[in-house]
Design a protein around this ligand. Sequence first.
Ligand SMILES: [Fe+2]
Ligand SMILES: [Fe+2]
Length: 149
Amino acid sequence: MEKGEIINALNRNLRAELSAVEIYGAHAEAIKEDEIAQGVKAILEVERGHAEKLTKRIEELGGLPAQPGEKDTRIGKSLGMTSSQASTQEMLKFELSEEQQAIKDYSFQIAYIMDDTTTIEMLKKNLMDEIDHADWLKSKIAELELKQK
Ligand SMILES: [Fe+2]
Ligand SMILES: [Fe+2]
């Protein structure tokens, strides 16, 4: 990937992270099970950190980082609000689908960026966090499913 492509990819990641912050924020408010709401809040803080690191790296590469409140992050906000009317399990499944997409995006970029090791190291850390988030969500979804039986 050329530098311009890397900046574009990092900006796509940044929009997804800003959107995730909105979604997790709305869900943390809406989820009634205290332990799950706390877990969601903890993930939210990690996503905020990802957004900060991506913003810094885009600036270091000479790009213009996406800002909170831009179109795509507003979509995140409305998705988060709408799906916070749903059951806890449905909210967690929606969050899992976002984490799965992030895992795919980060993996793709790690595979194809050739010579920017600083960016690759950052993406690897983000990827490991998203895998942890997906694992946690899967276990909570399974617990809720058991309770329904
Ligand atoms: Fe993230
Ligand atoms: Fe995540």
